[in-house]
Design a protein around this ligand. Structure first.
Ligand SMILES: [Zn+2]
Length: 313
């Protein structure tokens, strides 16, 4: 089968590799759509925790061997620790993601644990399915924030995570919902999901601010835009280290939280939110178009709302 293999930093090569066989407890999935977002372009440039060679792609939907249309929840844990039993697998000491620590969806077929399969509603398009995994992260961050309908909300970044948070806030009935991004196409998508203000930067102060980018600049913007006593939630990974003024955090009694991945319940909830996405927000890509797209992201071109590899198209 064909697969895109990350062999070294910025070397993503189309290879003919042996198709996986389903081991006991696993299912083969014919990949229809593999979403491409922040994890992919950051991992492409800096493989980090990925063992190379790595078939990337952790946002996967396709057709299982029994014919069901499914999304794949790529998060795996040991299954027996207290965190796993509480559906908080990200707190398991041995969590891993299909498509990061093991081979994923940048291939025609992927083998995944049976319990990773989440059946898709019949009316959810493959393009909408490309939003399920990032939106599951958004559901988790939204719940961690504790935000309610009366809170003023700001979201930095309008890619998959930011649009998912926009959808969560709109669904909760938040009237003040500001979204910033440098891409006009992404901002239009945020408008369509219910943002009350969109722009290149945040203006004003908010009760809850989400940073889905994670650069030094956006983290600083998030902290400054958080009202005294407010809550700042970080999801973005663009930079590891950021210098921040903790004295200001103390004096203004701001809360800072991290939010990472999702529970099985939150992953299922993301199916409903993905229904709000427009099919034309997704750019469908063939194998040879993926590396140029990732290079474009690294050069700062985020004009695509969401991109997805279609390995069997
Ligand atoms: Zn565990």
């Amino acid at each position: 089968m064909k697969a895109l293999v990350l062999e070294e930093s910025r070397a993503l090569r189309l290879r003919e590799i042996e198709a996986p066989e389903a081991r006991p407890g696993e299912a083969l999935v014919r990949v229809e759509v593999a979403g491409i977002g922040g994890s992919e372009y950051l991992g492409f440039a800096n493989p980090g925790i990925r063992p190379l060679p790595n078939v990337m792609g952790h946002s996967i939907a396709g057709i299982a061997a029994d014919g069901r249309r499914v999304a794949v929840n790529p998060l795996r844990g040991c299954g027996v620790c207290a965190a796993c039993l509480a559906d908080l697998v990200q707190l398991c000491d041995s969590w891993s993601l299909i498509g990061v620590q093991s081979d994923g969806g940048f291939a025609q077929v992927v083998s995944v644990p049976l319990e990773s399969l989440v059946e898709l509603p019949n009316d959810l398009s493959w393009e909408q399915a490309a939003f399920v995994e990032p939106f599951a992260n958004s559901v988790n961050a939204w719940e961690i924030s504790g935000a309610g309908s009366s809170d003023r909300i700001a979201v930095i970044g309008a890619g998959g995570l930011g649009l998912g948070l926009t959808a969560c806030a709109a669904e909760a009935g938040c009237e003040t919902l500001a979204v910033c991004d440098l891409s006009p196409t992404r901002l239009q998508a945020a408008r369509d999901l219910g943002a009350s203000y969109v722009g290149e930067a945040l203006d004003g102060r908010y009760d809850v601010v989400f940073d889905t980018v994670g650069s030094a600049d956006t983290r600083q913007m998030a902290l400054e835009a958080t009202h005294s006593g407010g809550h700042c939630v970080f999801l973005g990974f663009a930079s590891a280290l950021t210098e921040i003024d903790i004295s200001a955090v103390i004096r203004q009694q701001k809360r800072l939280s991290g939010a990472f991945v999702y529970s099985a319940r939150q992953f299922s909830k993301a199916l409903d939110l993905a229904r709000l996405c427009h099919r034309d927000w997704v750019r469908n890509l063939s194998f040879d178009a993926v590396a140029p797209l990732l290079e474009g992201y690294l050069a700062g071109d985020f004009s695509v709302v969401r991109a997805a590899l279609r390995p069997n198209a």
